[in-house]
Design a protein around this ligand. Structure first.
Ligand SMILES: Cc1ncc(COP(=O)(O)O)c(C=O)c1O
Length: 395
């Protein structure tokens, strides 16, 4: 067996070990939406694993925008944006993002992952330095590695540790960029943005923030992490996805006209990859408008996050330092995490396990999320199932 065959065989064996006892939960189809519930495997379950924080999938205005774009432009484009692929819907989407984020301009890519990968590796090269929070998303890490820049990491949300790293490189030449998630996708906590911004200013360093899980979620009106902390113009490279609160696909960078123009002519995921399909671009644009037109959704998801976390904590669960609708429930070992997932799903609660290497060993967890579609009755039901799981599995 060569190395590749060995890798495939080892994976196949590991997968069999969980499939056989009914503990494999990935790649399952979610067949139908039904408010806060979904149908999967012939069963109706309360959805507690969705990234659609404001419940916008299937929203009539967003669906209508997608349909209209489909009728007008069809399903595809004439290639990459920089050549024949740009349609009016792309320009309108970018204007909408810039307006929503309060920046001069924006660029929309066809993937959130590609946005991080390409933006970081376009801004930085071999002689530059990038400083990351230790638990930044994989797409950020991959962008840093691809750039060839010197990669330094600071302890999660620890500003002394960030200062130490900045101090280490303060006399070095080259571009310097600090990158953080606004909301950490596995822990649900928030980066201390005011301190990060102050440090970046003190050390004359660029800052990039990934708002994948804060867009529509943080801030009184869901405009994101700057609104949450009462800051403006604090983030020169403001990244977000169009695949979570925004029910489409893709990613964006919002920033100065100079930055966006540079990325539009140099970022390889933009220059060498096809444009967003018109229905997705139109849907994304409409979704930004819906966030502002239906502010109750933002209030409701924030209220649900608080209710659910408080409920879990009163049951004695550890939810790390979650302050958002991403609420991890620490279980610890992987086998128990898989068994608890089985129990919850059998009881009608759609939760999913997150294991190493996505999270550090021995911190396997249920990574639950609440949305604006959950009622207080739904939250109570979820807490009831989890409290029974706690007793049965001695958590
Ligand atoms: C923090 C973060 N950044 C970027 C991405 C990538 O976005 P997308 O799934 O839209 O490609 C994700 C996806 O889960 C994410 O959680």
């Amino acid at each position: 067996m060569d190395r590749i065959q060995e890798k495939l065989a080892a994976f196949g064996e590991r997968k069999r070990q969980v499939v056989d006892p009914g503990l494999y939960f990935y790649l399952r189809t979610v067949d139908q939406l039904d408010g806060a519930h979904v149908w999967t495997g012939g069963k109706r379950m309360l959805m507690l694993a969705s990234y659609s924080y404001l419940g916008l999938i299937g929203h009539p205005k967003i669906n209508a925008a997608a349909r209209q774009a489909l009728e007008k432009y069809g399903t595809g484009t004439h290639g990459v944006r920089i050549l024949a692929g740009t349609l009016p819907v792309h320009v309108e989407l970018e204007e909408e993002i810039a307006r929503f984020k309060g920046t001069e301009a924006a660029i929309a890519y066809a993937s959130g992952y590609g946005t991080n990968l390409s933006t970081i590796s376009t801004l930085l090269g071999r002689n530059d330095i990038v400083i990351c929070d230790k638990i930044n998303h994989a797409s950020i890490v991959d962008g840093c590695l691809l750039s060839g820049a010197k990669l330094l990491r600071f302890q999660h949300n620890d500003m002394n540790s960030l200062r130490e790293q900045l101090e280490k490189v303060k006399d070095e030449d080259g571009g310097k960029l600090v990158v953080v998630d606004a909301v950490f996708s596995m822990d649900g906590d928030v980066t201390p943005l005011p301190e990060v911004v102050d440090l970046c200013r003190e050390y004359n360093t660029w800052l990039m923030v990934d708002e994948a899980h804060s867009l529509g979620v943080l801030g009184k009106t869901g405009h994101g992490i700057e609104e949450h902390f009462g800051l403006h113009d604090a983030i020169p490279v403001n990244m977000g996805t169009l695949s979570k609160t925004i029910p489409a696909v893709g990613g964006y960078i919002a920033g100065s006209r100079e930055l966006i123009d540079f990325l539009k002519h140099n970022a390889r995921a933009f220059v060498f990859s096809a444009a967003l399909p018109p229905p997705a671009a139109a849907a994304a644009r409409a979704a930004f408008q819906v966030i502002e037109e239906e502010p109750w959704r933002v209030g409701k998801v924030q209220e649900n996050a608080r209710l659910f976390k408080e409920g879990l904590e009163s049951l004695g669960f550890s939810t790390f330092n979650s302050q958002t609708p991403v609420v991890p429930i620490l279980i610890g070992d992987e086998d128990t995490t898989l068994r608890v997932t089985r129990f919850c799903q059998d009881q009608g609660l759609f939760v999913l396990p997150v294991l190493s290497p996505a999270v550090p060993p021995l911190t396997a967890r249920l990574r639950t999320t609440v949305t604006s579609l959950h009622s207080s009755k739904d939250i109570a039901f979820a807490l009831d199932v989890l409290s029974r799981a706690k007793k049965i599995f001695n958590l």
